[in-house]
Write a protein that binds this ligand. Sequence first.
Ligand SMILES: NC(=O)c1ccc[n+]([C@@H]2O[C@H](COP(=O)([O-])OP(=O)(O)OC[C@H]3O[C@@H](n4cnc5c(N)ncnc54)[C@H](OP(=O)(O)O)[C@@H]3O)[C@@H](O)[C@H]2O)c1
Length: 328
Amino acid sequence: MINVAIVGATGLVGKMFLKVLEEKELPITSYTLLASKKSVGKKVIFMGKEYEVEELNEHSFDNNRFNYALFSAGKEVALKYGTIAARNGCTVIDNSSCFRMDKSVPLVVPQVNINDVYDSSSKIIANPNCSTIQAILPLKKIDEKYHLTRVIYSTYQAVSGAGKKGIDDFENNTTTTIPYKIQNNCIPQIGDFEDNGYSQEELKMINETRKILHKNNLFVNATCVRVPVLNSHAESITVETECDFKIEDIKTLLNNSDNIIVQDDTTRQIYPLNTLATGTDEVYVGRIRKDLHVPNTLSFWCVSDNIRRGAATNAVEILEEIIKKETN
Ligand SMILES: NC(=O)c1ccc[n+]([C@@H]2O[C@H](COP(=O)([O-])OP(=O)(O)OC[C@H]3O[C@@H](n4cnc5c(N)ncnc54)[C@H](OP(=O)(O)O)[C@@H]3O)[C@@H](O)[C@H]2O)c1
């Protein structure tokens, strides 16, 4: 018997959990959909069956009711209820930033470091930030072969990355969660600023990249920008490597990698686009080019659906891997 709770089932990521779970058909016995008080009684059709959303509360995890919980309800909810769930024998896969940098909690992109789950006794597993997940897939491939020494990110992040409120701000040109009107603006602030001048989103990318790749000394820098795009994040990524490479070899390497699609033909204006990435699980890369002056350095453009690959799909794939391992 495998019983699963979906916490934040009414949110953007939560709804995508349901969609991805429907597609994957994992051997799960029961699902329970949880959200805040205001969603109690909402009806959701999932796997051809009607579910009623229940309120998340202190007793939701009593009596070891769930084996696994997928959380996507923000940091505060994760801290309080993720901890309660874990104490009640439930393995929690959390999408918020709450536990990501906790040394005892594995921060996992399954294609890269699923073994961190098996090497740990933590009942909580953290899902990385959306902009980190999509970058890590190509970066890991380059690192394996050429050894990364430096990564510089510039992101162009969609409003859906700020949840339902972000989409409302985009559609109504309001400032509920995005600090300025997003229509006609690129806003170089995602999250609050820290004393060192970096935004929280930038520090997430920097710290999470190092943790997932197990490279604590990797030089990483990031500039994160919210742009007036509904869905899918785009990133310009520049990397420096220890070993020299031919750009054609990098293209072949990435093209032969699972979950990565190279779209790169400048003679025909072919490169990744947000609208084409949306609704898919792949990470699209293009504009792959060698730095004209600095040795062992290349830049590329990377686009992916932040709600699917950057959140729901990654979390469901972690769950899938753990179930596979435990039932074998
Ligand atoms: N959007 C992205 O691209 C993305 C990517 C990676 C990670 N994440 C992370 O995933 C989490 C959810 O993001 P989202 O974009 O899905 O946000 P969202 O659309 O605003 O949804 C938030 C969800 O959390 C629930 N919730 C809020 N407060 C709650 C409470 N006190 N008790 C129970 N449920 C509560 C909401 O339920 P109600 O509907 O009842 O209010 C809703 O289901 C956040 O931590 C976010 O940082 C988001």
